[in-house]
Design a protein. Sequence first.
Length: 316
Amino acid sequence: MTRVTRLAPSPTGSLHLGNARTFLATWAMARHGGWRVILRIDDIDTPRVKPGTIQGAMDDLRWLGIDWDGEPTIQTHRATDHAAAIAELIANQKVYPCICTRKEIELAASAPHAEDGGLVYPGTCRDRFASIALATAAAGRAPALRLPVPDQVFKFVDECAGERQFDLASEIGDFVIAKPDLSPAYQLACVVGDSAAGVTDVIRADDLLASVPRQVLIYDALGLADCVPRYTHVPLVVGEDGKRLAKRHGDSRIATYREIGVPPGRVRALLSRWLGIDCGDTITADEVKGRFDLRRVPREPIIFTAGDEAWLRSVN
Ligand SMILES: [Zn+2]
């Protein structure tokens, strides 16, 4: 069976060095192993996608030598699949309606925050309403739908991050899979998109490790336990302050380096070093593919330094 992975850029902004590193790793692993690579635009939480941003992400990927198979898919174009999955979860009583406001959850939450910064929902509405209609009548508005998590420890082995575990009740909590308008939450859309495309391998940065238990629980609830992919979480690229790469760390957008004339081989060389590939000032995409070895990928956060930035821009 051919393995399948996906590049899933969000269309909110251009690719920066952090997500470019993750996509280069994904592409190198996949092409090295002869897997199929699909491109999926994850626009679920960004209803107003600016014109040109999807094209911009594709241009950035191509400039780096990253290619994919077939036409790109757009998450929000799969509304029928999302609605079918949500209807199935409702019919099989795998989810429950929740009418809590964010304020109420903040006040009630016993555990302060989940590892990924979100609030751990305390389960207020579990067993509270016999149906969505009764919840709607009680609140005077439509409820969100939550998937209840069992009170147990969830363990898994990540291909890069190793053995991990989450206490589902205190670290994850019952989570939203559909918003009050019955549009899908990110986690559900992700599982529906991955399973529809036959994705066998998910490669992403380790700020999404806590999505693993949520997504596996969704696969289970949908009767798709056999489709759970292998997960590979590579260390997040951070600035010198240890925080996730963002605007305050300077303009690390791929489009900017392209515009000022930094050659793609030089950008690839920096990204390759972050993946544990020993290389000089430039490297071809083919060389990245040939030399990528998951065992050599660093296990600690990758720091984008002022020195890296100066080196990248020092071509002229
Ligand atoms: Zn609630």
